[in-house]
Design a protein around this ligand. Structure first.
Ligand code: PRX
Length: 665
């Protein structure tokens, strides 16, 4: 990558452009903007023909599709609907008999630094054996299996094994609470849970199986017949006779060969719960064919994956990034990937850089929050600065999950990428299945803080509330005007909510509304995401609904009368959660307020998970409301930021309340 076109030192200047170096363009799959534009033109010219070609090239079908896109029941779009395939066969069996079969598929580095490697051939045997164990316990095609696992080879094995027998997995991040698990088991109607006795994070042993037990004990989980428990550590955990089995027991005597079950392209590969603008998380349902195409295609397009690459995506399998770019994409592409258990700051904040050197990582994909926390650590301790490690193996860097601020982009570019590696700032969502707006490393001139341009075939635009296009330079709502293969198919069990959430009637009912605000630059038409336009927060790249946290708070019925939650900007976590609470008792102050705030934080951790704990909790005798009783959230957002209230407060029922709510605890 060449030097910036101007040598302005201030990183706040966002108009610097970093074109890819000539050598990078020459070697890339999509080399240069002309190649990118040719693909876009092909998609414009013959939309279905374009996707049909890619669907045939990148996916192995047991029954080829004859129809590409079915729009007859929009927005319930169907892709490749009469084709049949198996996702696991596309990730594993496909490589057998090729030079990839003995290549390392996963290089697993545990929390304590211990490394385990499995080849493609070995991984296929392990997946097949676990698939046989699932079958032996009555799990069938179409059943839902809940996976609550730490980052392990076994976590990927469990997902792939479900895919192999046509069971639909629903992975729940290991940081979610018993209550969250209970709700997801019930909503999905899961027949089995795959978990571990404990997980290791930063040297600490944290329970998983005990949380599953607690979640099931909350009731309504009669659908669960089996629980498979991976022994991650040697500590014992409670086991229920007849229902619970260790991995070792479940696998004993099972063959390491299992024929993959062919499913229709639209068969649900997985459900993944994510936060929306109501209190109840949505089960985002993905297909098998279109999703798999995207996982494979974006490995090639966005990461320009080459046979010698060592790919490392730091995301947990509990999030969509860990689905597409750990469990499916790298395997479908035949890559060697690093899988990591632990946290970036243990045993020291140089862990990521040390791992890049140790495993000779060439493509590194992480979140801005991690980068910002490692910048802070390196600033205060030279010993954990990336310069202490040999990062010369790197050739491409990636960012995902939240907007990356230009300062963090520049630091990543200089100190990790050695001013040589393109940074792909990938914009996407649980609902999009994979990248939708992103630079291509061998083509797109980069602008710090911009996710640049849509992938070929992604008809992204910025519109007003009626669906009218906004000119470049003017902000609006991000939409995708045509369907794409890896898009969300429905919300599990709630098709009406699917239509309402994503395909507004005012825009005609068939255009996908992303829920983000965005603006295109006046000069290049590059997209920059300005943040969510709904009641969804992004805290450390984790998606959280304000209503979800409010529901959790008011569920503490002995204490809380009313609660309103808003986000405020935070230098480290992007956004921070700020809760305004009215108690059923008198308004506390001083030490007592601090103590009750802590009690409420722990309560939210129990209701949802530690990631949803409000950073800031404030108490008032009431919330700022209009005379008609509507909470004025704009005012709360200003209060959360510590701003002076300049808005008109004349319609407020109770203006005196603002003073109370400005006080932090
Ligand atoms: O607000 C956008 C933000 O993350 C949201 C999606 O969150 P989730 O479904 O959890 O998926 C995260 C991983 C793909 C989006 O609506 N977001 C994601 N990537 C970016 C981003 N915001 C700005 N720039 C990005 N690159």
């Amino acid at each position: 990558m060449s030097a910036p076109t101007s040598a302005i030192e201030s990183v706040l200047v966002e108009n610097r452009v970093f074109p890819p170096a000539e050598a990078v363009v020459k070697a890339a799959r999509i080399g240069g903007m002309a190649a990118y534009e040719a693909l876009c033109a092909e998609a414009e010219r013959d939309f279905e023909g374009f996707w049909a070609r890619l669907g045939r090239e990148h996916v192995r079908w047991t029954k080829p599709f004859t129809r590409t896109l079915d729009e007859s029941n929009a927005p319930f779009y169907q892709w490749f609907a009469d084709g049949e395939l198996n996702a696991s066969a596309n990730c594993l069996d496909k490589h057998i008999g090729t030079p990839v079969e003995n290549k390392a598929a996963i290089v697993f580095e545990a929390d304590d630094g211990a490394v385990t490697t499995v080849t493609y051939k070995e991984l296929l045997a392990r997946v097949s054996q676990f698939a046989n164990a699932l079958k032996a316990h009555g799990v069938q095609k179409g059943d839902r299996v809940l996976i609550y696992m730490p980052m392990t080879i076994e976590g990927v094995v469990a997902m792939q094994a479900c895919a192999r027998i046509g069971a639909t997995h629903s992975v729940v991040f290991g940081g979610f609470s018993a209550k969250a698990l209970n709700e997801r088991i019930i909503d999905a109607g899961a027949v089995a849970v795959v978990t571990a006795n404990y997980q290791m994070r930063g040297g600490k042993e944290l329970p998983l199986k005990a949380i599953v037990d607690e979640g099931i004990a909350m009731g309504g989980c009669e659908s669960i017949r089996n629980i498979f428990v991976y022994q991650r550590t040697s500590t014992a955990c409670a086991m229920v006779e007849g229902r619970d089995k260790t991995f070792a027991d479940a696998l004993a005597g099972q063959s390491s060969e299992c024929a993959p079950v062919a499913v229709g392209a639209e068969h649900p590969l997985f459900i993944l719960y994510t936060s929306g603008s109501t209190g109840k998380p949505k089960g985002v349902q993905h297909s098998t064919g279109g999703y798999l195409l995207w996982a494979k295609l974006t490995m090639d397009w966005t990461f320009d994956l080459q046979p010698h690459d060592v790919f490392w995506c730091t995301a947990d399998i509990g999030w969509i990034t860990g689905h597409t770019y750990v469990a499916y994409g790298p395997l479908a592409a035949g890559a060697t990937q690093v899988v990591f258990e632990g946290i970036p700051t243990f045993p020291h904040a140089g862990r990521f850089w040390q791992m890049i050197e140790r495993h000779k990582v060439s493509i590194f994909y992480t979140a801005p929050t991690a980068i910002r926390s490692l910048i802070k650590a390196a600033d205060s301790d030279e010993k954990v600065h990336p310069k202490n490690w040999d990062l010369s193996s790197l050739r491409i860097l990636g960012s995902v999950g939240e907007p990356i601020n230009p300062e963090a982009w520049m630091w990543y570019h200089r100190n990790v990428g050695g001013e040589r590696c393109p940074i792909v700032d990938t914009f996407w969502q649980t609902e999009t299945g994979g990248h939708v707006i992103t630079p291509l490393p061998g083509a797109t001139p980069l602008v710090p803080g911009s996710c640049t341009l849509p992938l070929p075939g992604i008809m992204a635009a910025i519109v007003d509330e009626t669906g009218k296009d906004m000119p470049n330079g003017a902000g609006g709502m991000l939409v995708i005007k045509r369907p794409w293969p890896s898009m969300i198919r429905t919300i599990w069990g709630d098709p009406e909510r699917f239509k309402k959430s994503y395909f507004p009637e005012e825009m005609g009912g068939h255009i996908y509304l992303a829920g983000d605000g965005a603006v295109r630059s006046a000069d290049r038409g590059y997209f920059r995401i300005t943040g969510r336009i709904d009641d969804v927060l992004n805290v450390s790249g984790h998606r959280m609904g304000t209503m979800e946290i409010e529901s959790a708070l008011v569920a503490k019925t002995d204490l809380v009368a009313e609660a309103a939650v808003v986000g405020r900007p935070d230098d480290l976590t992007g956004e921070a959660i700020c809760a305004f609470v009215v108690l059923k008792r008198s308004r506390p102050t001083g030490e007592e307020a601090k103590q009750i705030a802590n009690e409420l934080r722990n309560w939210v951790a129990k209701e949802i998970g530690p990631i949803a704990k409000p950073k800031d909790i404030r108490f008032g005798e009431n919330l700022p409301k209009t005379r008609s009783g509507k909470i004025m959230r704009r005012l709360l957002r200003s209060l959360a930021k510590g701003e002076a209230i300049t808005q008109d407060t004349s319609t407020l029922e109770n203006p005196a309340i603002l003073g109370q709510l400005a006080e932090t605890n």
